[in-house]
Design a protein around this ligand. Structure first.
Ligand code: HEM
Length: 459
């Protein structure tokens, strides 16, 4: 099965064979190394070679009506307005009280976004944010979630997620699977196992605490998981989620909310550090300009740069403009067979010069302070946010996009009114596969970090 899966694409003719692709740099690995390349330069190259994005309208389903998602509304109304942010500011102030200091911004943004989703989504505090506890003193969940994204970076992830995990998911013998994992002589595998165990254990603890509170009559909490536990208890048998499914909700909510948001917040702070000369600090903290900075960063640097979908039936995909096939014909639509994986470039759609204009690949927040180009308004991008695909569109769009914006404005308005952030001496590369994260040039890709020089604004 596995061997056949690996060799099939080289042996079987497919209607997609005529679609020209980029020349592969390795006969063994094809374009996969470029796909996982740290700098993301191939994205820019692909955009230049293939021009405008394929027409995706409809591929992602109907427009998602986010106003109807009760969990989302609960989420926003519960964003902590005092403790988390005030402690965040105090912790930064403590660190820089004797003068400017290098601080790992990604580390702090991960802690902050975990605490915000912990309190709002689960009514659970993971981290006091009171002082820099150092990674050894962090809540084990916090440590695990932080390391998870890093461990899943790199080319081998492609093979594991494409070939091993789908196979493992079908093997319904948990003890056997655990035994196999324990026998594999790889530190990477064992670290991953420990992380998954911690995430599962914390999810179970949170769920059990909520169940206990409900039984004891203290069930007025409005966080997402409390609402879910209450709704689940009164649901009809056929609609009720199993315990395992509820644990899964805890983990997926944390992942969906934490790393994406910490990546975006870190990127915004990094870009502001890079544009010190061009920006007026008083202007940044005015709400319309801060909003424009957030939109522009989410446009040009989406935390998720590709969306992956699988065709569930044979379909015809129309192209926005014809392309030349490998046999020289012009193709204006592509037959996509059932089961085909489609990779849609979120970055490509957001930074397409044909839609956004010649300066599409430049960071210019001021573009949001005037009318957007007509082509943007007419682009029919499957989007729930500002004609951008950053949060996707359709029925599986992000449910937390309003939450994220509110979170960014709160965190940034606290940090930017008190501190100045300047890029450090080391060159930072932003990895694009998975969730975009910063790594030091030449550093370990599984340990993302963003050291920046922080100074109090009144110094
Ligand atoms: C900048 C921050 C964020 C970005 C860029 C982002 C982006 C996305 C994207 C692209 C998806 C669709 C993934 C796919 O189906 O392939 C998604 C799904 C999701 N997001 Fe977000 N997200 C962000 C923040 C959040 C936050 C703060 C929350 C929760 C409060 C959240 C909750 C979710 C959930 C639950 C889903 C799954 C929805 C479903 O499958 O029906 N996200 N997000």
């Amino acid at each position: 099965g596995l061997t056949w899966k690996l060799v099939r694409e080289y042996l079987v003719k497919s209607p997609l064979d005529q679609i020209p692709g980029p020349r592969s740099s390795s006969w063994l690995a094809g374009n996969i190394p470029e796909f996982y390349d740290k700098t993301g330069k191939h994205y820019y190259q692909f955009l230049q070679d293939y021009g405008s994005v394929m027409k995706l309208q409809g591929l992602l389903g109907d427009q998602h009506i986010y106003e109807e998602a009760p969990a989302f509304i609960a989420c926003v109304s519960l964003l902590p307005r005092d403790e988390a942010e005030i402690y965040l500011q105090k912790s930064f102030m403590n660190q820089v009280k004797n003068g400017p200091k290098e601080i790992d911004i990604l580390h702090w943004m991960s802690r902050t976004t975990l605490e915000i989703i912990g309190q709002s989504g689960m009514g659970y505090s993971f981290d006091s944010l009171k002082e820099d506890a150092g990674s050894a003193d962090l809540h084990p969940y916090s440590r695990s979630v932080k390391r998870f994204g890093g461990l899943l970076s790199g080319t081998h992830t492609f093979f594991i997620t494409s070939y091993i995990l789908p196979f493992a998911a079908k093997l319904n013998y948990p003890r056997l699977k655990r035994w196999i994992v324990e026998c594999i002589p790889s530190q990477w595998v064992h670290d991953l196992k420990d992380i998954v165990d911690t995430i599962q254990k914390t999810a179970v603890d949170i769920y059990r605490t909520k169940q206990k509170a409900m039984i004891e009559g203290d069930d007025g909490k409005k966080d997402i998981i409390s609402i879910l536990v209450r709704a689940n208890a009164s649901a009809a048998d056929e609609d009720r989620l199993s315990d395992e499914e509820v644990f899964g909700q805890v983990a997926s909510l944390t992942f969906a909310a934490m790393d994406t948001s910490s990546s975006a917040l870190s990127r915004i702070i990094y870009i502001l550090g890079e544009h010190q000369e061009d920006l007026d600090y008083d202007q940044i903290t005015t709400l319309p300009f801060l909003d424009a900075v957030i939109r522009e960063t989410l446009r040009l640097h989406p935390p998720l740069s590709i969306a992956i979908r699988t065709a569930r039936k044979d379909m015809i995909l129309p192209l926005s403009k014809p392309i030349k096939s490998t046999t020289g014909d012009h193709i204006s639509e592509i037959f996509v067979p059932n089961g085909t994986s489609l990779f849609a470039s979120i970055y490509g759609a957001n930074a397409d010069p044909e839609i956004w204009g010649e300066d599409a690949q430049e960071w210019k927040p001021e573009r949001w302070l005037k009318d957007l180009p007509e082509k943007v308004e007419a682009s029919q991008m499957p989007s729930i946010y500002s004609h951008l695909m950053t949060f996707l569109g359709g029925s599986r769009a992000c449910i937390g996009f309003k939450f994220a914006q509110l979170e960014f404005k709160i965190v940034l308005s606290i940090l930017l009114t008190s501190f100045r952030f300047t890029s450090g001496p080391q060159k930072i590369l932003w990895t694009m596969p998975g969730i975009t994260s910063p790594v030091l040039e030449g550093g370990d890709i599984t340990h993302p970090s963003l050291p920046m020089l922080v100074s109090p604004l009144d110094v």
